[in-house]
Design a protein around this ligand. Structure first.
Ligand SMILES: C[S@@+](CC[C@H](N)C(=O)[O-])C[C@H]1O[C@@H](n2cnc3c(N)ncnc32)[C@H](O)[C@@H]1O
Length: 272
């Protein structure tokens, strides 16, 4: 499949990737398998079939999903979360503290947050209860997240103490997240583009490396509107390292603590 055909498919699904050549190669391969399953000889025929057959449409969309993630991806962000954002939210945010990982892939982001939560508890911080939602539109990624098995490469930013406290080696280069960390996470199948947020209001939302990287402007605008609406005033939105809100008037200000952390305005000025 050449790039022009791939772009046509992306557009039909409301997607718009830039770059990511290696990742794109994998997505093309998965897409070709779906195309072969319905004997479509050309992209035009395939798209016609997808429009007629919702199951095929869903299969193709999921073939284009990219689950790449790792624990503590963007290390500096997690340092700021540990030392500034979470302690501030714990003082300010109420009980329970409500957090949503939107597009959680295989759970690396969600478990990273739980590791920080345990660290704060170990430091003697008085913690509220944590209501942690994790959503993705890909059933297999969600199942893998709940299973919690990882290749060593996705643990490369986990320090030695956290590695021995929260991971169990299960084979050469394979680790399982400890059963304690698996407890109390609200995993849900949910599509950012079609579905409303799984709950609200949230104090903290992770929206990293999905909506604002892979989707077209219309999809971004609508879905981001719903995500921002699900935040409490003063709540935090965390974007990926190469992402920013699409142009437009969003009730968000960039936090001085970290360039990819945004705060919903208006907010009380006695925090941070
Ligand atoms: C590259 S991973 C990012 C994982 C994690 N947020 C991170 O930054 O490390 C993107 C995830 O977003 C999910 N995703 C993509 N489109 C989605 C949609 N419309 N609704 C829900 N999840 C979606 C994919 O299935 C994939 O698991």
């Amino acid at each position: 499949m050449d790039d022009a055909d791939f772009r046509r498919v992306l557009e039909a699904f409301g997607l718009a990737w830039r770059g990511y050549r290696k990742v794109r190669k994998g997505a093309k391969k998965r897409l070709l398998r779906v195309m072969a399953s319905c004997d479509a000889a050309s992209v035009e025929v395939f798209l016609k079939c997808c429009r007629r057959d919702e199951t095929l449409w869903e299969q193709a969309l999921r073939a284009l999903a990219v689950p790449i993630s790792r624990f503590f991806r963007d290390r500096r962000l997690w340092a700021v979360l540990e030392t500034e954002l979470l302690p501030g939210l714990i003082r300010w945010g109420g009980d329970p503290l409500r957090v949503w990982s939107a597009g959680c892939a295989r759970g690396e982001e969600v478990y990273s947050l739980k590791i920080l939560w345990h660290k704060l508890a170990a430091q003697g911080v008085r913690l509220p209860s944590l209501e942690l939602w994790a959503t993705d539109f890909h059933t297999q990624f969600l199942e893998a997240a709940q299973q919690g098995l990882y290749h060593a490469s996705s643990l490369r930013e986990v320090d030695a103490a956290a590695r021995s406290a929260f991971f169990v080696p299960v084979a050469a280069d394979r680790y399982e997240i400890s059963s304690g960390l698996k407890q109390g996470i609200l995993w849900r199948l949910s599509d950012l583009i079609r579905d409303p947020p799984p709950s609200s209001p949230f104090h903290l939302v992770f929206l990293r490396n999905n909506l604002l990287t892979y989707y077209g402007p219309r999809e971004q605008e609508t879905a981001l509107g719903r995500v921002v609406a699900s935040l409490v005033e003063g709540g935090f939105l965390i974007l990926g390292a190469r992402e920013k809100p699409p142009s437009g008037k969003w009730p968000l200000i960039r936090c001085s603590a970290h360039p990819h952390v945004f705060r919903k305005v208006p907010f009380r000025s006695d925090f941070l």
